[in-house]
Write a new protein. Structure first.
Length: 360
């Protein structure tokens, strides 16, 4: 019996791509697979989607190089650009595309010795204030990149919406989209703006390229929605088992710090999952867990290797019975909200000791 398994449903992954394609029929799809494909397995996801999407996007060059070495031939975009001048020849050698977000990167490209010109997407800041050219840098960056023999033409334009997942910031998001489209009038190359939330909620942000991230994996980017609200299917199911059953009396204090006191005689189930597997220690009493066709509440502090659930006074559950921590039965979005975080963090934090089971 495996203590914890993360099941990766590859049919659900392909289903989600098809749902997304139906939302953006005029756009090409860039599958964002950074951070080990959001914890779902970089190579497995890329191999599954290599004939389903038009390009891939990663955060760092080592992710891109590993995909090329894996045999992925589709375009690969470096969303953060490169971190040092020595990376530029590698971008050319491995036929990567790079975002260029500041003048230092422009200078590095100008000085580089490359075997062929590299594909560039100039990145502008539309409101995130993280990476991207500011309004007073755009003209110089554009001019230098367009005149640089090391840059393949035409030059593309890319940016990132900061509040697309927060509909109450309607006006601010609209300003960001309008600003991007205004700057884009001077560009002849490809455009890429919409992230997951942009795809779902902001059709005006749908340019020639869109880049779904979390929605590929069946997860909603909105705090008050789950993936199934958009006909998406969760790709990851985190499963475990009951390894002990304990009858306790009313008033019994459970776990480290006596964090939960039984309000009545009841039955505890001990689940072989803990924060050492990536399940959040911050999960409060009452976090839903699926056992034998019903939802039961977690109780007490999550331990490194185990956690408690209240099975109820009349429980008939047995040692070895299966448990779902998140998946179709328990949306990861709901677990994350109770833990004061976002689902991105939970799926990215699956630990190496968790067995990965790919379901085709």
């Amino acid at each position: 019996m495996k203590a914890v398994t993360a099941e990766i449903n590859l049919k659900a992954l392909v289903h989600n791509v098809n749902v997304i394609r139906g939302m953006v029929p005029e756009s090409k799809i860039v599958a964002v697979v950074k951070a080990n494909a959001y914890g779902h397995g970089l190579y497995t996801v890329a191999d599954t989607l290599k004939d389903q999407v038009d390009a891939f996007a990663v955060a760092r060059i080592d992710e891109a190089l590993s995909l090329r070495q894996r045999g992925i031939k589709k375009p690969i975009i470096l969303l953060e650009g490169f971190f040092e001048q020595a990376d530029v020849p590698l971008i050319a050698q491995y036929d990567l595309l790079t975002a260029v977000h500041d003048l230092e990167q422009v200078e590095a490209i100008e000085k580089a010795q490359v075997e062929k010109p590299i594909g560039c997407w100039m990145k502008i800041d539309v409101g995130m204030h993280r990476l991207g050219a500011s309004p007073d840098e755009i003209s110089e960056m554009k001019s230098r990149l367009e005149s640089c023999p090391n840059v393949k033409q035409p030059l593309g334009l890319i940016s990132h919406l900061s509040v697309a997942d927060t509909p109450e910031f309607f006006d601010y998001n609209r300003e960001q989209i309008d600003y991007f489209l205004e700057v884009a009038k001077d560009f002849k190359g490809d455009l890429c703006l919409a992230n997951s939330a942009g795809i779902l909620f902001w059709p005006k942000s749908h340019t020639k390229w869109v880049r779904p991230g979390v929605i590929l994996y069946g997860i909603s980017p909105f705090a008050d929605r789950v993936g199934s609200d958009f006909q998406l299917e969760p790709v990851m199911t985190l499963r475990s088992s009951l390894i002990a059953i304990r009858k306790i009396k009313k008033g019994a204090k459970v776990g480290y710090g006596a964090a939960w006191t039984a309000p009545c005689d009841t039955t505890l189930g001990i689940v072989s999952t803990g924060y050492g597997d990536g399940y959040p220690r911050t999960a409060p009493n009452g976090t839903p867990v699926w056992v034998n066709g019903r939802i039961v509440p977690s109780v007490g502090h999550v331990c490194m290797d185990m956690m408690f659930v209240d099975l109820g006074p009349n429980a008939q559950d047995k040692i070895g019975d299966k448990v779902v921590l998140w998946g179709k039965e328990v949306p990861v979005e709901k677990v994350a909200a109770l833990c004061g975080t976002i689902p991105y963090e939970l799926v990215c934090h699956i630990m190496p000791r968790v067995e990965i089971a790919n379901l085709s």
